[in-house]
Design a protein around this ligand. Structure first.
Ligand code: IPE
Ligand code: IPE
Ligand code: MG
Ligand code: MG
Ligand code: MG
Length: 290
């Protein structure tokens, strides 16, 4: 879809601009922007723009939020790849951040990106009341109400430090938090840049959660059947004893569950004006091979 390509392009350009601001020392500037500029799919950025389209938000406002969320996502990937986490040497077809800059700088680059995200949002030319809501959503869903706690349960489960819960319950919690919450926040923060009614926000909230869980199910699925070259990362779930959907439900059933979630997501926003792009992204989420 042409518009989605355009969203990716303007996000790439915006991040490129940010990366040109001088930071001391230079090696830290390089570590900071190495992963954000290494060519992700920009799905979260696209969701910001496409949700914003529904609520009449301006592209020149959305680009700040889309780029900020991609910076935060990059931080989560840098930390996720560290030897104490998933220990993956490759990301986006290149050596992982810590393989190039060392674990010390990779850790700090992640820290830097995490807070820089909120600085970019605070500085965006968007109404303060809207920005507060955006920051409320993102800080919760990326942090202890979402991504971070999802990662906590992910590693504690893999290392058998969390006992007494069924795998079905755990894997559902992990996927909802480590991945779906940030995807949901991308949708909501985009919508908040425009004028969204409570009912539209509620529907988008549900949409984001459904495609977010589907996204991680497919990520797990590709960790079994995907091609490492295309994925640009190592398939490490088995090695790490990561609890995944295929492990819990089997490969076929997992794929069907992702399809079902995609259908539910599309149904949720059916009839909303301008929802075509979001529906297209929902399909992309389950039909991708990288
Ligand atoms: C990878 O996300 C991490 C997960 C939450 C599964 P993406 O598959 O969106 O990674 P990029 O941004 O395209 O590299
Ligand atoms: C990613 O889950 C979750 C994050 C919050 C980064 P994975 O560990 O499965 O992601 P990949 O496969 O390394 O991209
Ligand atoms: Mg992980
Ligand atoms: Mg990982
Ligand atoms: Mg994975």
């Amino acid at each position: 879809m042409e518009t989605l390509k355009h969203y990716k392009e303007i996000t790439d350009n915006f991040i490129e601009e940010l990366s040109r601001r001088r930071i001391f020392p230079k090696v830290f500037q390089e570590a900071l922007f190495y992963t954000p500029k290494s060519g992700g799919k920009r799905i979260r950025a696209m969701l910001v723009f496409s949700a914003g389209k529904i609520t009449g938000a301006k592209e020149e406002h959305l680009v700040h939020i889309a780029s900020a969320i991609e910076l935060l996502h990059a931080y989560s990937l840098i930390h996720d790849d560290l030897p104490v986490m998933d220990n993956d040497d490759f990301r986006r077809g290149k050596p992982a951040n810590h393989k190039v800059f060392g674990e010390d700088l990779a850790l700090l680059a992640g820290d830097g990106l995490n807070t820089y995200t909120f600085n970019v949002i605070a500085n965006a030319p968007i109404d303060d009341t809207k920005k507060v809501k955006i920051i409320q959503w993102l800080s919760n869903n990326a942090g202890i109400g979402g991504m971070v706690v999802g990662q906590v349960v992910d590693v504690l489960t893999a290392r058998e430090r969390l006992k007494g819960y069924s795998n079905k319950r755990l894997v559902n919690f992990i996927h909802k938090h480590k991945t779906a919450k940030l995807i949901q926040a991308s949708v909501i923060c985009g919508a908040l840049c425009g004028n969204a009614s409570e009912t539209i926000l509620k529907r988008l909230e549900q949409f984001g959660l459904y495609i977010g869980v589907a996204f991680q199910i497919i990520d797990d699925y590709l960790d079994v059947v995907g091609d490492e070259k295309k994925l640009g990362k190592k398939k490490v779930d088995e090695i790490n004893n990561t609890l995944t959907y295929p492990k819990t439900y089997g490969l076929e059933k997992s794929y069907q569950m992702a399809q079902k979630l995609k259908d539910m997501a599309i149904e949720e926003i059916d009839g909303l004006d301008g929802a075509d792009e979001l529906k297209y992204i929902a399909k992309l989420v389950v039909e991708r091979d990288r």
